[in-house]
Design a protein around this ligand. Structure first.
Ligand SMILES: [Zn+2]
Ligand SMILES: [Zn+2]
Length: 657
């Protein structure tokens, strides 16, 4: 007998529901259920987690929303949780499979089959028990396991612990939101000329620790006052005349630094970092007789060790020097903080300080061209700058389209038309709709009949776009060259390496994006073979999110990257930089290696809803950190070139024999 709904009980959030279904997926995996079944629960959990609708509230009101991947089986479970606060199915599963085993699944290199085997044979159910057994060499007594398994497990446990100790950093979506909120709240403060983010955020790093803000204002006191009385502050860490630091509730530390008028150039460099890049700049300055700090360049009369500094009367009188000493003990995560500027001025004359309005001018003072923030990691950019070989980095404005997006036909949120219209209003010339292929049943993967239906919808939309363009009725924001919605798919590379549609069907798509979501724990040889099989297909144009990574969440697929890069290069198959802040896959480092190996790239949103087209900006940031230039990014190409490239894949593959 199901109890009546109890309206006083706190309704589960989407996050609560997601956690429940992830746990079910994990427990089923441990029970040895079929892969598609476990994937179904994980995907439903992801969709609920990202749903804009309050799912529990909708169920409580008797209007269950249509959610991709949530059919009757999962829908009934949500209804039960909402009505009773419990789920009998999960209770039973927990009885069958100790929930502590789920923790063991997180150990890199340890799959569900082995966890089950170890549990059934030795009764091991916790991480501590597993570590002890591995250390004592007891695992090798199990048939099929060896001393090597024990080493793998101990290494995995160590990696897990290292991961847990690392403080959580923000993903770009969260950092973006906070930066936008802070800038909006402070921009209108009287006297403020400008306020902007610096630090790792400006360098486009994958994750952000602290947020650094720089501002110029006539009224520093007023700005510090407004900054330290913002709502949502947990505590004020410090507060000075020209700077302050706060910690946000449940959020990061935010440092505000106020720049004196006309001197922003070196401040921007200093507070953008990275530390390693700035060290290189300071060395170069020192070689030329100058000490570089955020304040500017100080002429070095004589370099000595630092203690005299505070005793020099000129120093104490100079507000610049007083503040420089203060900044020398800057906070630990200050991207520009360095082994303190120890330049000591021994002469009795006032030190000569050179300041610059712009970064360009400050770099020029060191005879260097402007170095883009995303390159400032001391990973060869100074050498490239000196040699005149800095890359012309791809820009967001270079993108003419996006090769990877979803609609509510598979696991997206918005209808095809809404997604296409949004892409069109971004000024893009094309958008590729790539709903999932059929074997991802839980993501409503499309069978061939639905592919045909979808093609008709796309044709109708394109007819409307053509009409509107012919009549000059294209909406605001639409690009001058017109817009077309292309038909693609996100083609599943199955566990056995076969592709999810046959060649005849694949040949009918404009663009095919292939990816791998299941059986991620296979061996390196198996995983690599699957990716290479997709690359060798005459119809696969892009490998999506090639490493299958989740930022701060999931390890990369164990692939032979050299083999992947080589095959992608010779077949002209593009590798994706997936711009989702959860994926950012390829990494910047891999993108750079891929480019060096001669690969083409695509920078995609993988948008499942209109708001996620913002992913393109993050994808471009990732590409820029990988030194990527526009010409090798296929979605910077005009439509005709893109389609020509895709159409020529069969020939390229055929020539290889
Ligand atoms: Zn995918
Ligand atoms: Zn996708």
């Amino acid at each position: 007998m199901a109890p009546d709904p109890d309206p006083s009980r706190a309704a589960p959030t989407n996050g609560d529901l997601a956690r429940i279904f992830h746990e079910i997926g994990d427990l089923l995996e441990l029970k040895g259920e079929l892969v598609f079944k476990t994937v179904a629960y994980h995907r439903a959990a992801d969709t609920i987690d990202h749903s804009p609708i309050d799912v529990a509230a909708a169920y409580r009101q008797g209007t269950p929303p249509r959610i991709a991947g949530v059919g009757t089986a999962i829908g009934d479970k949500i209804a039960e949780i909402v009505a009773t606060g419990r789920l009998r199915f999960l209770d039973r599963l927990r009885d069958e499979v100790p929930p502590s085993l789920v923790e063991l699944l997180r150990i890199p290199g340890l799959g569900p089959r082995t966890v089950r085997l170890i549990h059934e044979t030795l009764g091991i159910a916790t991480l501590d028990e597993l570590r002890a057994a591995a250390e004592a060499g007891r695992l090798r007594t199990i048939r099929g396991l060896s001393a090597k398994t024990e080493t793998t497990i101990l290494d995995g446990i160590a990696a897990l612990a290292a991961h847990a100790d690392r403080p959580a950093r923000m993903l770009l979506g969260e950092a973006d939101e906070i930066v936008a909120r802070l800038v909006a709240a402070l921009r209108d403060t009287p006297g403020v000329a400008w306020i902007e983010p610096a630090g790792s955020y400006r360098r486009g790093r994958e994750t952000i620790g602290d947020i650094d803000l720089l501002a110029e204002t006539d009224d520093p006191e007023g700005l510090v006052e407004r900054f330290t009385s913002l709502t949502g502050i947990e505590r004020i860490i410090n507060r000075g005349n020209h700077k302050a630091a706060i910690r946000l509730v449940d959020g990061p530390q935010v440092d505000l630094m106020i720049v004196p008028p006309g001197a922003a150039g070196t401040y921007r460099i200093h507070f953008t970092g990275s530390r390693d890049h700035n060290v290189r700049l300071r060395e170069r300055a020192r070689d030329r007789g100058w000490s570089l700090s955020e304040k500017g360049f100080l002429r070095l009369a004589e370099v000595a060790e630092s203690p005299e500094m505070a005793e020099s009367p000129e120093m104490a009188e100079s507000p610049e020097m007083a503040e420089m000493a203060e900044i020398a003990v800057a906070t630990a995560d200050d991207p520009g903080a360095d082994p303190a500027p120890t330049a000591i001025l021994a002469s009795d004359a006032a030190p000569e300080l050179r300041t610059f309005l712009t970064e360009e001018a400050a770099y020029a003072f060191l005879d260097l061209p402007f170095v883009e923030p995303e390159l400032r990691e001391d990973s060869g950019e100074i050498e490239a700058a000196l040699a005149g070989r800095l890359p012309a980095l791809v820009r967001l404005a270079d993108l003419r389209g996006d090769l990877h997006s979803h609609s509510d036909w598979s696991d997206g949120v918005h209808p095809i038309e809404a997604m296409a219209d949004a892409a069109r209003r971004r000024g893009h010339a094309y958008q590729v709709l790539t709903d999932h292929s059929r074997s991802l049943a839980i993501a409503h993967g499309l069978d061939p009949d639905r592919v045909a239906l979808q093609r008709r919808v796309i044709a109708e939309l394109n007819a409307r776009y053509a009409d509107e363009e012919a009549d000059g009725r294209a909406p605001d924001g639409a690009g001058p060259d017109g817009f077309r919605l292309l038909h693609g798919c996100e083609l599943e590379i199955r566990a056995d390496g076969r592709l999810d549609y046959d060649d005849d069907l694949l040949a009918t798509f404009d663009i095919v994006v292939a990816s791998l979501h299941v059986a991620r724990r296979q061996s390196r040889a198996e995983l690599t073979a699957r990716v290479l099989a997709a690359i060798a297909s005459p119809h696969v144009d892009v490998i999506a999110h090639p490493a299958g990574r989740k930022v701060q969440g999931r390890d990369d697929l164990d692939l032979d990257w050299e083999a992947v890069f080589t095959a992608a290069a010779v077949t002209g198959t593009a590798l994706e930089i997936n711009g989702s802040d959860h994926r950012l896959d390829l990494t910047a480092e891999r993108a750079r290696l891929a480019a060096a190996a001669g690969c083409l790239l695509a920078i995609d949103s993988d948008a499942h809803r209109i708001e996620e087209f913002v992913h393109l900006r993050w994808g471009v940031g990732q590409a820029r950190r990988g030194w990527i230039e526009a010409p090798i990014v296929v979605n910077t190409w005009p439509l005709a070139d893109l389609l020509g490239w895709a159409a020529a894949k069969p020939d390229r593959v055929a020539t290889l024999g």
